[in-house]
Design a protein around this ligand. Sequence first.
Ligand SMILES: Cc1ncc(COP(=O)(O)O)c(C=O)c1O
Length: 480
Amino acid sequence: MAELINFAKVSLSNVNKENPKVSEEGGEQNQKEEPVTMITKHFQEVDPAAALASARHEFGEHGGVNMSIEASATFTVMEADILRRLCVGELGPNEDYFVYSRQFNPTVLNLGRQMAALEGTEAAYCTASGMSAITAALLQLVGAGGHVVASQCLYGGTHALLSRFLVHACGIKTTFVDMNNIEEVRSEIRSGETKVLYVETMSNPTLVVANIPVLAAVAREKGIKLIVDNTFTPMIVSPARLGADVVVHSLSKFISGSADAIAGAICGETSLVSSLTSHQDGALMLTGPTMNAKVAFEISERLPHLALRMKEHSTRAMAYATRMKRLGLKVIYPGLPDHPHHSLLSSIGNPEYGYGGMLCLNMGTEARANKLMQHLQNVTQFGLMAVSLGYYETLMSCSGSSTSTELLPEERAKAGISLGLIRMSVGYSGTLEQRWAQFEQALALMQQQPKNLNAEVLCALFGKFIISKSLMKVHLACTK
Ligand SMILES: Cc1ncc(COP(=O)(O)O)c(C=O)c1O
């Protein structure tokens, strides 16, 4: 048991964290400093699925093929003094001792071990949500009065955390920049004050791709930490293998895959996890966004098929993006050769995983975007109007009026979020051709006059397949 906990630690034998350009096998392959504007190809290519499969498999207490769920909040000991030693940090999971599940729980640590293997970090710790993972990582690494340089293209919640909440709560200030303008990034880093560079691998919702090797080089040079939110691209990109110090995740998305859990993870060095879980001054231990052991078990069971799911998300998104473009639609997808970061993602992405399951469609106006989404959900059943992402069904939302409303209009404009932008998390249920036919049908309905879309026509066309609650009422009324 002790062996398996070890702070969810995995071997870093394949990765040299100090300088990802130097592999352990090959020694100093390329010690010469390269200009940081170059995309380097010296990082270690490790298939994250292989890394995950190499991590220790945890069996159940009675030899079950699945691990057992440790549902206890508290743990008993045989000698009274052990409790004291646990509380002052002399004993812990590495010695197979647990004291209280807000700090360490064996099942949650197992999921952490898998996440560390997936992301190629020394350790990982799972939390109650993606936001709590982000908040704890920032609080621990920046501290009161510190400064962050962050991408101007971030998930609305993270943007609000940095632009407002952390300023009021503890004086942490953030400068938002175009992360692909490396000179701007460098010039905003304040010596002694800036502690963190913060970026999303692929930004929510605009799908801007971060040049992680270059940002990692800048962070190293300036002695600060690079935190990367990899929520959009698990398996597809491995930020820590590209030099990032910390990788955060909302596990609520692709990693859970079923839109039935809210969860997060922080992947990084063992020393970071130790500091986060310290009884004395750990951001996680003291603010307490603990993951429930049952949630950890559920998510852990889904990691083995994450690689398959991500590949299918990518395949579908690539097919739809290509066909949408052919139809003359304004589609944003990093897999398309004309996306400004297509070659960047091709060079930093893990081979075989594609370009991700997220695409954006710019319909010009909010009204047109809403109309298309309504047809796609209520008439042709292509997908569902909902926030979030990574589900097996396609999810669609207008980010400008939903998940990015935390940004001020001028911040949204800077980030490239127009009101007509539909963000799609492309699912894999049904067949590709079936779903594409549904998309084309909805598009065709956009050409028709509104009167053609009254309830009777909908019922006649699609009968009992109408799914929204309000339309279901209409449907029942007209089939009476
Ligand atoms: C990129 C990104 N990071 C973090 C979060 C927050 O995750 P959670 O909802 O699990 O707290 C989200 C949520 O949408 C997100 O899109």
